[in-house]
Design a protein around this ligand. Structure first.
Ligand code: ZN
Ligand code: ZN
Length: 265
């Protein structure tokens, strides 16, 4: 099992969970051209995809859904798209070219089984219709996936326990956000309960999630204005070091794909 973060950030998100029986795409905020190019970069064949799940309907997460689904359909691949009903409604509206595929409503906390994977969606806190994060079990490995949340909800904290890989939003350094160039209303929104997790917030939330299972922590959805990859990696490393935990740390990028395997350092 591998996780390929093809892109992560406010200009487009797409992550693949590659399993032995098929693979899952989380969010589709890239153009078809970029999606295919990033798949080549990580050595992933899109024909191995069996389904798509969506966190929420914002453009950086669904803006490429229509073009990518139609592009894959032209190559003979028709993928079901799973999300909460309000997210699917939003995705239809916001995915500028429409979605030529099967949309499946999956209420929160239900288990979606596909390609030998079990996917459970949990509630996040964000200015979207009904956003969610995921706990994904695949090939004996459990991945926790949480982006675009103003805080770690109790549902997330519950379902992100005992994961092998945690992909967690580490959006901004609060000091950089406060002193940066964004307008006041935007600063306020990003730091709010319906905005994005800061480095400090996600590190505080990580502490109770550290277990013997944990192999890797990936910082996700980094702000280009208000964060730096080294800050994200250093903060996770310091949190893990306090508990003497050897998990690896990564910062996902908007510009370059990242592959992480549970068992490989
Ligand atoms: Zn986003
Ligand atoms: Zn969002």
């Amino acid at each position: 099992m591998k996780i390929h973060v093809l892109a992560s950030g406010s200009k487009g998100n797409a992550t693949i969970i590659e399993g032995s029986g098929g693979s899952l795409l989380i969010d589709c905020g890239l153009s078809y051209k970029s999606f295919k190019a990033r798949c080549v970069d990580v050595g992933f064949d899109p024909k191995d995809l069996v389904a798509v799940v969506l966190t929420h309907e914002h453009n950086d997460h669904v803006g490429g859904l229509g073009v990518c689904m139609r592009g894959l359909a032209r190559e003979g691949l028709n993928l079901p798209v799973y999300a909460t009903e309000p997210t699917l409604h939003g995705a239809r509206v916001f995915s500028e070219t429409g979605v030529a595929t099967q949309l499946e409503a999956a209420p929160l906390n239900t288990v979606v089984k596909c390609a030998g994977m079990e996917v459970v969606g949990f509630k996040t806190s964000h200015n979207a219709a009904q956003p969610q994060g995921f706990r994904i079990a695949c090939d004996g490995v459990v991945v926790g996936y949480l982006t675009d949340s103003g805080f770690m909800t109790s549902e997330a904290a519950e379902l992100l326990r005992d994961c092998d890989i945690l992909a967690l939003e580490s959006n901004h350094d609060l000091r950089m956000l406060r002193t940066g160039s964004y307008p006041a209303y935007l600063k306020e929104h990003i730091a709010s309960d319906k905005g994005h997790l800061s480095n400090a917030q996600v590190n505080e939330a990580l502490v109770p999630l550290i277990s013997n299972c944990l192999k890797a922590v990936i910082g996700m959805h980094l702000s280009q204005e208000n964060n730096q990859p080294a800050l994200v990696r250093d903060a996770f490393a310091a949190t893990l070091a306090k508990q003497g935990h050897p998990a690896r740390v990564y910062a996902a990028s908007q510009f370059m794909a990242l592959t992480v395997e549970a068992g490989v350092s």
